[in-house]
Structure formats: C-alpha cells, structure tokens
Design a protein around this ligand. Structure first.
Ligand code: GLN
Length: 486
C-alpha cells in the first residue's frame, strides 16, 4: 500500500474505510521491518499505542472528528511522553523515562493522535547530520550511505520511510528543515512561541521550537492546529492568529504575491545541481502568479558565528542539570566526592559535541569574554532580525535554499565540526530572527531530494503553509517515496 499523506489517511478514517488500529499496526510493522536498515527509532510502547488506537476508533465510530484523530505520530526523543524513555539521544539520559507529557504531546493525545515511537536524534539536538546520537547514526532512506540530516533525524526518517504520516521534531537552528530537505518531507519551524516547549528538553532556550513534520503542508497544518496556542506552562508561548484556517488547509492565491529572493542565499556557493532544481521550483511559483523580487539580507554573513555563540552559551547553562544528581546516568564509583561524581558523570555521560559546546559556551559567558562574544552576538542577532523586517516591507514571503548541497555521505563531516556547523548556513538566520519558515520538497538532484525554504513574517505561519500548499497542489515531488522493503 502506498505510504500516503496524513490527509489521505484522514479521509479514509473519516469514511470508515480503515481503522486507527490498522494504521497503528501498520506503523509498528513497518518499524519492525524497515528500522533495522535506518535506525530511526529508539523506543516503542506497543500495548499503549494499540490501546490508544482502539480508543480513537471508538471516538471515530461515535462521529467525533478532529484533524488528527486516529493518525499515528512519531516523537523526537527530546519530547516527553509519560512513562516512555526520553533519552534525547544521550547516554546521560539512558534509562530515564519522562514523568509527564509535553504540552504538544498531551494536545495531540487529546485530539486523538497516537504516538507510535520515540525517534533517534543528535545528542541533545546538537548536530546537522543525525550522526551524533549515543545510539548510533540514522541513515537516509534514499541512500543509506548518506546522512538523513539532523538533529531531528529520526522523526524525519520516520515520515520519509512511511512509519507514520506525522512526526514532531524540534528546530533550534534548522533541525527539522535540514533533514526534511535531505529526505523529501515537509517540516515547519513555527514562529517562536507558537508551540509550547513544556516537556521539550531544553538545548538553547531562546531558539528552541517544536517542529511538526508531515508528507505535505496540509499534514503539517493539521498537526499544528491541534497543538498551537498559549500554554501557562511555557511563558514564551503565544496564540497563533488564524489557527482556525489550518484545517482543512486552503491553497494560497499566489497571483500578485511578492516572493523575495535574498541575494546572499542564492550565491555561487550553491551546488549547481541543487540550483537547477530550485530554479525550476521558482519557475513553478512564477507560473502560479507570484512575482519574484531580489532582496538583500546584508548581515547574513554573521549568522553562523552569531548562532553558534548564542547557542553554545545557552547550551552551557541548560546542560548543567545533567550532573548525575537528578536525572538518568550517574558515574559509578565508591568514595567519590560530589565534584568527582559530577565530573565523572559528565565525562562518561556526554558525547564529544555536547562537551565541545559546553566548553565553548562557558568560555563565551566567562568574565572578560562575555562582552566580546555573547553581548556582541546579541547585537548581531538584532541586526539579522532587522534585515528581515526591512525585507518584509517589500515582499510577502522569502524563498531560499535549505542547504547548499543534497544529503552528504556518512562521516563526511564528523571529524570537522566547523564544516558540520556550516551545513546550517541557510537555516540559522530565521531561528535568530524568531520567524516562521518551512522546508518543502522541490525535486531531485542526482536521485537525492532537494528542499526549498519559505520564510514568512512573524505569526504568518498560516500564510506560509497556504503558500506551500498551493505549490504542492501544482507539483508532485512531495509524493515521491524512497524504495524500501514492505
Ligand atoms: N545543526 C544546528 C546545531 O547543531 C541546529 C540544531 C537544531 O536545530 N537543534 O545547533
């Protein structure tokens, strides 16, 4: 059976053509058959998922309808699902189970979606390739010699490989968009605050957002509708205007819409094969009536430095809680004093990249360097955000590449952290500016998926999804699926 979009399954569930239990069993079977090849899943709870499926079937039979009722969903392992392991891809949390549901998870459960798996990820969401998990790398279903992109490697691969039609990842600097681009799925990073982070393991709190993932923009919109909105448990959360327009999603009228192409992103560094695919997607937007306008975001060149200063500073503070006292792993050893126990726990519990960021961030925040690095980065962040404000005076949306290349080979960047950081060159800016953005399938270069990024003004998440929906109604790239054993 074809993998299908969440909205295809939605129609068939509502019509009574199939049951939630069928979909959940299918999801668990696909995980069993395919995940030995891909390593996208870290944990399942079959009895619980099946109970939830039967409950969803009862609700469907009673005539209840919600955008996600009866649909399987995969959760990144940094999101809390009560009673189920939540490792964030780290040895430091091996054996730890979430004591409560994240708000996004409880809202999905209330609406009748069914979690079927916790998914692999770069440790504590630090990484761009999916190779920094303590539980082994996730592989790209389009070419298993390549990375799927990170850090939401597992949730993205779960959708790309047809385990479930929906997933939740998180996006701090591109973590749902980069893998979506490498694996041919659609993923949204909402405006900062639109989705509650209560129950999301914090990495860099001024940047972290939960990111819904689906086979199409309409799928993503359906999930967003049931999760969006202020949460008293997250003081940064806010209400999203026009949430009611997310389901069923209508395509935007692109005629007369001005789409800006930032010159700094469409630069000669772009892989020519990627460029050809993206040019064709821009032609498609023009054919739909959009007007393409060149714009400039002049502070883009400071984005990687700024992001990695802000991010590592916040990481050094957020990860200090993994000290062996309160959570998960504690270094064994008789007669250790407190300081020895804590340093032993960190030494053995955390991977290389986490340690690197804690050290870098601690240095950035240290006396004497705080002004030179951290405060300067905050100022650059403001300038980057102002570039976008100025651009949105002239255009409705922006279109950019998600990545300069397609999925790169495994281990191509693991020994060179800087080249790994540079994979985020087109995604960190919008995180710094707190803007909504998405990655959607634009076509294939040498058999590998290419994503197009759309960026909107703050709180225009719905308009962004409507524009992606218009593109997807006119194209079929998003419906291509990788060859996998059934
Ligand atoms: N690749 C970026 C980083 O390593 C972004 C990760 C993310 O968005 N969680 O920080």
């Amino acid at each position: 059976m074809a993998l299908g979009t969440a909205m295809d399954w939605r129609g068939r569930l509502d019509a009574g053509d199939l049951s939630a239990e069928f979909l959940v069993r299918q999801a668990l079977e696909r995980i069993q058959v395919r995940d030995g090849l891909l390593n996208a899943v870290l944990a399942t709870d079959t009895p619980r998922s099946l109970d939830l499926a039967r409950e969803a079937d009862r609700r469907l039979r009673n005539g209840e309808r919600t955008p996600v009722l009866g649909l399987p969903v995969v959760l990144k392992d940094n999101l809390a699902w009560a009673g189920v392991p939540a490792t964030s891809g780290s040895r430091a949390l091996k054996g730890y189970s979430a004591p409560y549901d994240a708000t996004v998870v409880s809202r999905l459960l209330t609406a009748g979606a069914i979690p079927v798996a916790k998914a692999n990820m770069d440790e504590f969401a630090m990484g761009s390739s999916g190779e920094y998990s303590a539980f082994g790398p996730t592989l790209n279903p389009w070419d298993r010699t390549r990375v799927p992109g990170g850090s939401s490697s597992g949730p993205i691969v779960a959708v790309a490989a047809g385990y479930a039609p929906l997933a939740l990842g998180s996006d701090t600097g591109g973590s749902v968009r980069l893998p979506a681009s490498f694996c041919n799925v659609t993923a949204l990073r909402p405006t900062y605050g639109v989705l509650s982070r209560y129950g999301l393991t914090a990495m860099a709190s001024s940047l972290d957002q939960v990111g819904p993932v689906g086979a199409s923009a309409a799928d993503v919109a359906a999930a967003l509708q049931v999760m969006a909105g202020r949460d008293p448990m997250d003081s940064t959360s806010l209400d999203l205007p026009r949430t009611g327009d997310l389901f069923p999603l209508r395509p935007a009228e692109l005629k007369g819409k001005r789409i800006g192409l930032p010159a700094e992103y469409w630069d000669p560094g772009l892989d020519p094969a990627v460029r050809t695919v993206l040019d064709a997607s821009l032609d498609q937007l023009t054919a739909l009536g959009a007007e393409l306008v060149e714009v400039s975001l002049p502070h883009t060149r400071y984005a990687i430095d700024t992001y990695y200063l802000v991010c590592t500073s916040e990481v050094s503070s957020n990860l200090s809680r993994f000290d062996g006292v309160r959570y998960g792993f504690r270094a064994p050893g008789e007669g250790l004093d407190l300081a020895e126990m804590i340093s032993g726990t960190r030494d053995r519990g955390l991977g290389e990249e986490a340690k690197r960021r804690i050290l870098l961030g601690t240095f950035c925040l240290s006396r004497g360097w705080y002004e030179a690095f951290y405060l300067k980065a905050l100022r650059a962040r403001t300038l980057i955000a102002r570039d976008f404000e100025a651009a949105f005076q002239r255009v409705d949306l922006l279109a950019t590449p998600v990545s300069p290349t397609t999925a790169f080979p495994l281990e191509a960047k693991t020994s060179d952290p800087l080249s790994m950081y540079l994979a985020d060159v087109f995604t960190v800016t919008t995180s710094l500016a707190a803007l909504p953005c998405l990655s959607m399938p634009a076509g294939f270069a040498e058999g590998l998926p290419v994503g197009l990024q759309l960026i909107g003004p703050a709180l225009e998440d719905v308009a962004l999804l409507e524009a992606a929906h218009a593109f997807q109604q006119a194209t079929s790239h998003h419906l291509s699926t990788p060859p996998l054993p059934s």
